[in-house]
Ligand binder design. Structure first.
Ligand SMILES: Nc1ncnc2c1ncn2[C@@H]1O[C@H](COP(=O)(O)OP(=O)(O)O)[C@@H](O)[C@H]1O
Ligand SMILES: [Mg+2]
Length: 474
């Protein structure tokens, strides 16, 4: 078995500390092992002899460092904090698990931990799954409780983003994964300082990293706003893609999505909540974003409506309607009031579509974003473009050489609750699996980029020719 990766088959057996674990099948992809990939490693779902689900994580070579043992020891102290079930982990080293590592060298400094039920917040956003307003409140309360408890201990996760937050919708429980880069007293620094992820990144994190005590403040504000706003159909419809905000519009005070979110928070919840979000968005440094304890108190003042648990009404067709009139679903605030800020002017999105790449407001008739050139057209326009391109002579098309036959698409079993995000499902040993998606689920990509490469190539060619002529003339 290679040192870089583990090739597993569904139902294969792996023996750890004398117990025989079974690699489970993906619930929606028959025959495919249940494996999730992240930025730094891979997580395989195992079934213990008593059928309890466990998560086996191993890292890419660069991130396989002895400090992971120190981190795990420290994490055990915090395993009883809310949202920290993944802290109950066993790390494998040559000193403690030599036979296992001899069989699977990639497992060095890998770990076994409880499998957390539910789905990631990323999966929920990407699938555009609607949630009720009560669920919005409960999830946001749960996440703020988890992060405020860490903050009280001087800890910060430092890489808060959709794919690192698990939500169990049956009981609105929120748990954190990817906790190896935790910041805290006496914690060893990670291999790379986390800089924040697209849709959750503060400019300070991007420039200087966010491995510090305030490292969760901004990302948490974005994620809490997403949780609160996701029960509003208008926000779901105008979401960037894998996160509500596009990376190019972060902290831009003129961003339409920022204004849309502020309005929604003010209209559905309270001025306090909207002001906390605006404070984070406009914060020059991470420390200027609200503390997690402040969020927790403000959210504790919201009361889910007893009994009824319906989604916020979907706006009628032509959904450019201005969100107006307070539809309060919260209770009265019992926290110190946040200073009132002048509400932003009401935003209307009549006849407008927001670019998923940069957030620019485009007329609904546009096919490409007026600011960044990203495709913003309809599925029909996309199909038409593809058909036109397919008809063009091969010489005029630029494409990467195909060296291997494309993998046969995997048939998705849709008769269960599992949410499939093609990007994250796959076997590192066999290449990523291609997952069949509905036509309207296909991700769009930037169209004009190919054209710009051609233009750049022509310009470079002409400059070289001119240079050659000058040299020959001399
Ligand atoms: N304990 C766990 N239980 C369930 N799913 C998990 C667990 N840990 C990780 N995952 C899943 O695996 C994915 C990648 O894991 P993560 O720890 O975030 O890896 P990376 O460090 O590479 O980002 C997560 O986004 C999540 O979907
Ligand atoms: Mg991760």
């Amino acid at each position: 078995m290679s040192r870089a990766q583990i090739k597993v088959e569904a139902n294969e057996r792996i023996t750890i500390e004398g117990k025989s674990y079974r690699v489970t099948e993906h619930p929606a992809l028959p025959g495919i092992p249940y494996l999730q990939r992240g930025a730094r490693g891979f997580v395989i779902q195992l079934a213990a002899p008593d059928n309890e689900r466990m998560a086996l994580k191993y890292f890419k070579l660069k991130y396989r460092v002895p400090e992971l043992v120190t981190v795990a020891t420290m994490l055990h102290k915090y395993a009883d904090l809310p949202g920290m079930k993944a802290a109950r982990r066993t790390v494998f080293t040559n000193a403690t698990h030599a036979p296992l590592i001899a069989q699977y060298p990639a497992l060095e400094y890998g770990m076994l931990m409880p499998w957390l039920p539910g789905m990631t917040w990323y999966d929920l956003i990407t699938s555009k799954a609607p949630i009720s307003s009560n669920e919005s409140i409960r999830l946001a309360q749960s996440l703020s409780g988890v992060l405020a408890a860490m903050e009280a201990q001087g800890l910060a996760h430092t890489d808060i983003a959709g794919a690192n937050v698990m939500v169990d919708r049956r009981n609105s429980d929120v748990q954190l994964v990817d906790i190896e880069e935790i910041y805290g007293p006496d914690q060893p620094p990670p291999v790379e300082a986390p800089a924040g992820q697209d849709g959750y990144q503060h400019k300070q994190g991007r420039e200087r990293g966010q491995w510090n005590a305030n490292g969760d403040r901004f990302a948490a504000a974005m994620l809490l706003a997403e949780m609160l706003g996701w029960s509003d159909a208008r926000l779901r419809q105008n979401s960037a893609d894998e996160h509500f905000f596009a990376s190019a519009e972060m902290q831009d005070p003129a961003s339409a999505r920022f204004r849309l979110m502020s309005q929604a928070l003010r209209d559905h919840y309270s001025d306090d909540i909207a002001s906390l979000f605006e404070q984070a968005w406009n914060s020059p440094t991470l420390a200027d974003s609200p503390a997690l304890a402040t969020w927790k108190d403000a959210l504790a003042a919201l009361q889910p409506t007893a009994g009824v648990d319906t989604s916020v009404a979907v706006p009628s067709a032509g959904s450019g309607a201005v969100i107006s009139g307070r539809r309060s679903i919260g209770g009265t605030s019992n926290t110190a009031p946040v200073p009132m800020q002048t509400p932003l002017p009401q935003l209307t999105l009549d006849g407008v579509k927001l670019c998923r790449n940069c957030g620019a407001e485009n007329p609904a008739s546009y096919t490409f974003c007026k600011r960044c050139g990203f495709f913003v057209g309809t599925v029909a326009q996309r199909n038409q473009l593809n058909a036109t391109r397919a008809k063009q002579p091969a010489a005029s098309q630029i494409s990467a050489p195909i060296t291997t036959a494309p993998a046969a698409p995997v048939v998705v079993k849709r008769d269960n609750d599992a949410i499939i995000v093609a990007k994250r499902v796959g076997d590192p040993g066999k290449g990523m699996q291609r997952v069949a998606t509905q036509p309207d689920e296909k991700p769009e990509e930037t169209q004009p980029v190919e054209g710009s490469w051609v233009i750049a190539g022509v310009i470079i060619f002409m400059m070289l020719a001119a240079l050659l002529l000058v040299l020959l003339a001399h």
